[in-house]
Design a binder for this molecule. Sequence first.
Ligand SMILES: *Cc1c(COP(=O)(O)O)cnc(C)c1O
Length: 389
Amino acid sequence: MIAERMKNLHPYVPGEQPKDRTYIKLNANENPYPPSPLVAKAVEKAAKKYAKKMALYPDPDSNELKTAIASMLNDCGGVLARAKVCGGKKNGSGAKVEPCPADKIPFTVTPDMIYAGNGSDEVLSFVFYAFFDSDRELVLPEHTYSFYPVYGGFYNIPLKKIPLNGDWTLNKEKMLEAANENDSSIIFANPNAPTSLGLSRSEVREMIKAAPKDRIFVVDEAYVDFGGESCIPLLAEFDNLVIVRTFSKSLCGAGLRLGYVVSSPELVNYITTVKNSLNHFPVDFMAQQAGIAACRDTGYYAECAKSVAFERDEFIDFLRAHGWFVLDSQTNFVFCKKDGVLGEEAYKKIKQEGILVRHFNTPGIEEFLRITIGTHGQMKALCAVMENI
Ligand SMILES: *Cc1c(COP(=O)(O)O)cnc(C)c1O
């Protein structure tokens, strides 16, 4: 009764969302802050003034949203935590934003360089479908976003997993060697998950230069807004680069399901073709309105990203002072372990105290905890628990 292909499916397991008690949720890398006040206003207006539009199909290509995303990227240079916020309210809402000089994109990102979809997980699945073949291995790090192997199984794409270096950084040389051996594509998250470490833009540039030119090179920038270096400026140099980004982390919008690609108009068209062969309308009318409003309040989200980065650095100092080994994070989470403490035990102890963090049973990283950065109050509560572990 069941199709043969079902045996290749090994579904992704997200961070738990328990209903039995109210936990402080630091296990899914969600943003602890609410979206911009402009988002709530836009949704309210859409529900009242434009209610009739819900009876109609939305814009299949989210054109207004793509325009808004492009201007947000031009305004902030693709890294919110490093952007300069001038004026506006105390929370940054309504402020003017300028990129940090090192992030300024040396061209204008245009709407035809954007593909907008239903969360970056869906966007990634279309990227896998459009660009990776089953006749050659896709090269990726051994420890990276665990949805990539799920899609590998779904689309029957063989994977070549390259172990990380001893210091948990990506083994660039081995990844390039493997890619050149089979003329393969490469994918990784930058900064990477769950390690929280990032490559600089110039390191990625050197990688793309040395990778197969006729294969797509994918960089997933889900976390870059918290202080990494975006590769968007590299789109001026390479026509095989595809950058995937999301509203779920830095844009306080995991519940909205919005993700996007930044690439050349030509590659964006291929992704649109996949979309139009599966689901013509992946981004609903309400999400489009919410997303547009979010992109128009870059100052607010820049302040949120700065707060998260500040709390993160304080938390890392705290953990190190208490004997934890913590990787240098450029994301909204930290990856840490302590000698003599089992990852699973620590996870359970913290859960008992009403705080959820993430522990992976994956060989090689089972000693670690991945902890999302929350508000100041949430981090204080967590520190009180971790002090005694
Ligand atoms: C969270 C995350 C995503 C998925 O984001 P959604 O837009 O919520 O689907 C993609 N890639 C990485 C590396 C992530 O951590």
